[in-house]
Every structure is written in structure tokens, then in C-alpha cells.
Design a protein around this ligand. Structure first.
Ligand code: MN
Length: 231
């Protein structure tokens, strides 16, 4: 039996309608490494949705409204609709009750941090980081993995090159999470939950230019999801 991996998508509100969409490269990687990708519609029945899947992938997207971490927007930003944020927070909480493997990518990592009580930098550039290399266009940079972490075990080395496109990042990390990846300008690029089988957030986009490191990460995630699959 292949594990079913639920993926959250972007929601675009225009012409009085809501559209749910996703970069299909997430699903392609899931399929390539042994899972079945399933796009999750924002539904009320979060408990039922979680009971059907074996792993949860929180995909990239726009900025989370700062009200979810107790701030007002300080700078211009592209906001993710509340319906997505609230659906994702509910999914994370329910998935953790069931012990499902969770992988957060870019917005998905930030969402995990916020869902668990952490805070974000609203704009790296204005908060004294070398933001240029984190953004699309210049968005390829090196990150450093801490030895002894779950993430190091999966990746097997201390430095990798990643595709980066973000202007926000984790500021205060949520309780229970630990940093496992950073850049030289000290941006938190990855975290994990040591007391949990697989809860990992990465600030980069492994699906945009898939390489051997993307494979290791997705393979690790899918193998864990297979491990909890109920026959
Ligand atoms: Mn970055």
C-alpha cells in the first residue's frame, strides 16, 4: 500500500470566487518517491480528512496574516487568505493528535511555526538580514545543517545548496521545535520537533529544482508516512 499524502494548496480570491490551486511539482515528487498525492480542499471536516491520509504536506504560498502571531502588518505584503491559514492550522493540530508525519515547505514552514505559537519576521530586508540571496532571482544559497539532528540523519551532510524564495522567516521559534538548519546570515532555514517522529519545516523549495537533497527529504517523509499507514 502506498501512503496517501495530503497537500494544502493556495487559495486565490477573485471575481467573488475562490480558486484552489497548486504547483504540481509537489505531487510529482511525492509520486516519484512512492506516495499518492492528494490536494486537500479547505473543509470543515478536518478530523475526517486527517483520518484518511498518512502524511501532511504544507505547501508554499503567500504571507500569513500577522494577526495569527499577535501583530499588525508592518509592511506591504501579499496575504494568504484566512480560510487557508485556518484550515492549515486545524490540519496541523489534528495531524499531531494522530502522529502523522508533517512536512512544511516555505509558507508551510512558517505556518507550522505560527500554528505552534511562534512568530515571524515580517520582512527580512527591513529587519537587518542579507535578504537578497533569499529571494527569487538571486534565490540560490547555501544552508548549514546541525549535526546530531533528525534532519542531519536524513540529509547526511552539513551543507547543501537550496532554491530560496522568501522575504519572511521564523523569528521566535515555537516551543517544542528546534532549529536544525541556518544560513550564514543566521536566518532559520529549517526546524524539526525532536519529540515527534517527523515534523520538519524547510524555508526553501525542494520541489522547484529537484536534486539529490530534495529526493532525500521527500523519501524520508514518504517512508515515515508509509510507516504509520493503517492496513
Ligand atoms: Mn533562504
Amino acid at each position: 500500500m502506498k501512503p496517501l499524502i495530503g497537500i494544502t494548496g493556495d487559495i486565490d480570491e477573485r471575481d467573488g470566487k475562490r480558486y484552489l490551486y497548486i504547483d504540481t511539482r509537489y505531487g510529482s515528487l511525492i509520486e516519484e518517491y512512492g506516495g499518492i498525492p492528494l490536494l486537500l480542499h479547505p473543509a470543515e471536516s478536518v478530523k475526517e480528512v486527517i483520518s484518511k491520509i498518512d502524511g501532511l504536506l504544507l505547501s508554499g504560498g503567500e504571507d500569513i496574516h500577522p494577526k495569527y502571531y499577535g501583530e499588525e502588518p508592518k509592511y506591504p505584503m501579499e496575504l494568504s487568505p484566512d480560510i487557508r491559514t485556518e484550515f492549515e492550522i486545524a490540519l496541523v493540530k489534528e495531524a499531531m493528535v494522530k502522529g502523522l508525519p508533517i512536512l512544511g515547505i516555505c509558507h508551510g514552514m512558517q505556518l507550522l511555526n505560527v500554528a505552534l505559537g511562534g512568530m515571524l519576521y515580517q520582512d527580512l530586508k527591513r529587519q537587518n538580514f542579507v535578504a537578497k540571496e533569499h529571494q527569487l532571482g538571486d534565490g540560490r544559497h547555501q544552508v548549514f545543517i546541525t549535526r546530531g539532528t533528525q534532519f542531519f540523519k536524513i540529509m547526511g551532510r552539513t551543507a547543501i545548496n537550496v532554491t530560496s524564495t522568501h522575504h519572511q522567516a521564523v523569528k521566535n521559534i515555537a516551543k517544542g521545535l528546534r532549529v536544525c538548519v541556518r544560513t550564514t546570515d543566521s536566518v532559520i532555514e529549517g526546524f524539526e520537533m525532536p519529540e515527534y517522529p517527523f515534523l520538519i519545516g524547510v524555508q526553501w523549495h525542494p520541489e522547484k529544482e529537484p536534486d539529490e537533497d530534495s529526493r532525500r527529504l521527500f523519501q524520508g517523509f514518504i517512508d515515515q508516512s508509509l510507516g504509520i499507514r493503517t492496513p
